[in-house]
Design a protein around this ligand. Structure first.
Ligand code: AMP
Ligand code: ZN
Length: 512
């Protein structure tokens, strides 16, 4: 490996394989290569899924922040993912098609588009490449044949299976042994499987009942296994080995163990395929881990309908470290929205004071959309900072470099905005630089953009604000009866107020 010198603190990331934080050294000193497991497009993404992509986006922005270009691939799983990750049940896509009575390809297309829209609303950069599973069937068949030649597969009536006892250290990523899996295994439903952890490389179509998605293969007509897809697409586009593989923590237990087994067998190099395996923890709500198969779940659109802006959700994700569980409730999110409004308001006030700063003439696209390198604008933004500004941005870099400690970045943002001695121009430059990583659009979004009108609201934002001003006046003049009347009128219109010294929010529609 070639040594890469990052600017600032060395970047250290948690590797699920070693269960340790390790210094990150990209294989190519100019570019990091990342693969992220993408969505299974049989339904809308829930906000737990979206947490996974805010995490990868933060990782990608961090690598750019450190001066490294990134090649990022996200796949679209439109075939092969069964209702249980452990290779049991029905294909989620085929099942959705039956339930929704819609053509399977239309379903895939509809939910892929919806997913990409969600990412755009969260200001998550699109990857360098989207790769769709069904576009890679021939490569998957060829990969299966290589595995067959390597002697790690066996054929059953139901298809071609991977024999997990044929690779070294199967399950190391999950810290699970084959023996352990056998003991804890659920009732095995596939006749003839040699080990409970063995999984399908190719699933042969049943003799009766044709699948909508099926292809011819040396093992009969059928469809590829889900784990195969990610091995094929990651190695095809990023080479073997590549730098970082990401996914939600549920993938650490089965999906990624199986990818690793395939990669080891295919390359014959006993290498897991990626040097670093990173996993975000779950988003949970009161009922536990959010999951699509539960049927009822929160989507970004359902939050927008309640007047909760997507960027508030991004802020919520950043406020918790990616390896910790993120607790979600509408109340908590409303608190983050109020926090975001305050931040945007403070930045807008600074912008009024700094009209003609030269760095503001840098085209915004260079700052926000280039996946290649952000080091030029960052250098401009941080050029000749006074010592206090330098201290803050150095601390920001240090926290970020320590396994993406985003919750510690936000107080540094507050400190910048409230700093008694830094000039407005320096403050703005610091905020612009920090926002390259935070992605909250702090300089681009207006406070009013964040106030979405909830579907059930009978008042506009301006009407609410006018009533609030009247109420403040009344309170100042000690006309408490009038103030109470206004509160009651707002209450009747579905608006809740919060009083107090430093309320977490000022007003909001009734959320629950
Ligand atoms: P899926 O569409 O189910 O294939 O999942 C897409 C991504 O979301 C994967 O990386 C999952 O590991 C991740 N994921 C699923 N559920 C959650 C959750 N509740 N919280 C965080 N990430 C999740
Ligand atoms: Zn995957």
């Amino acid at each position: 490996m070639t040594q890469c010198v990052f600017s600032g603190s060395p970047l250290r990331l948690f590797n699920s394989l070693s269960r340790q934080i390790e210094e990150f050294v990209p294989m190519d000193p100019a570019q990091a290569r990342i693969y992220s497991c993408g969505p299974t497009v049989y339904n809308y993404a829930h906000i737990g899924n979206l947490r996974a992509y805010v995490f990868t986006d933060t990782l990608r922005r961090t690598l750019n922040w450190k001066g490294l270009a990134v090649k990022h691939v996200i796949n679209i799983t439109d075939v092969g993912h069964l209702t249980s990750d452990q290779d049991e049940g029905e294909d989620k896509m085929e099942m959705a098609s039956k339930t929704m009575e819609r053509d399977i390809w239309q379903i895939a297309d509809h939910f892929t588009r919806a997913f990409k829209d969600d990412l755009a609303q969260l200001n998550v950069w699109h990857p360098t490449l989207w790769s769709t599973a069904t576009d890679h069937i021939q490569e998957m068949i060829a990969f299966g044949q290589t595995l067959e030649k390597a002697g790690v597969t066996y054929e059953l009536e139901t298809g071609l299976y991977f024999d997990t006892s044929r690779v070294a250290n199967y399950g190391a990523l999950a810290s699970a042994s084959l023996a352990g899996q056998a003991e804890g295994a659920r009732v095995e439903r596939i006749e003839g499987k040699r080990n409970p952890s063995d999984f399908a490389i190719w699933r042969r179509s049943p003799a009766i009942g044709k699948r909508q998605m099926e292809w011819l293969s040396p093992w009969g007509p059928g469809a590829p296994g889900w784990h195969l897809e990610c091995s094929v697409m990651s190695l095809k586009y990023l080479g073997a080995p590549f730098d970082i593989h990401t996914g939600g923590i549920d993938h650490r237990e089965i999906h990624h163990c199986n990818e690793i087994a395939q990669n080891q067998a295919c390359t014959g190099r006993d290498h897991p395929g990626a040097n670093l395996w990173m996993h975000n923890n779950f988003l949970i709500d009161r009922s536990g881990k959010m999951s699509k198969s539960k049927g009822e779940f929160a989507t970004l659109t359902s939050l927008i309908r309640r007047g909760l802006h997507p960027l508030a959700f991004r802020l919520l994700c950043l406020s918790t470290h990616y390896r910790s569980e993120l607790e979600f409730s509408v109340e908590i999110l409303a608190g983050q929205l109020a926090r975001l409004k305050r931040l945007v308001g403070a930045v807008a006030a600074l912008q009024l004071k700094v009209e003609n700063a030269s760095w503001k003439r840098i085209p915004r696209e260079v700052v926000y959309s280039s996946g290649a390198s952000l080091s030029y604008p960052r250098q401009v933004l941080e050029a000749s900072l006074p010592p206090e500004g330098d201290r803050i941005i150095t601390a920001f870099d240090r926290e970020l470099a320590e396994d993406l400690m985003t919750p510690r970045l936000l107080p540094l943002l507050d400190e910048t905005l409230n700093h008694p001695r830094l000039s407005p121009e320096v403050k703005l430059r610091l905020v612009a630089s920090m926002d390259l990583v935070l992605g909250l659009k702090l300089l681009d979004v207006h406070r009013s953009d964040l106030s979405l009108r909830p579907e059930n609201a009978s008042l506009t934002e301006n009407e609410v604000l006018a009533s609030l001003t009247q109420r403040q006046e009344a309170r100042k003049n000690k006309e408490f009866t009038i103030a109470d009347q206004i509160r009651q009128q707002l209450h009747a219109a579905g608006i809740e107020l919060m009083d107090g010294q430093e309320p977490a929010w000022e007003w909001r529609p009734f959320l629950l």
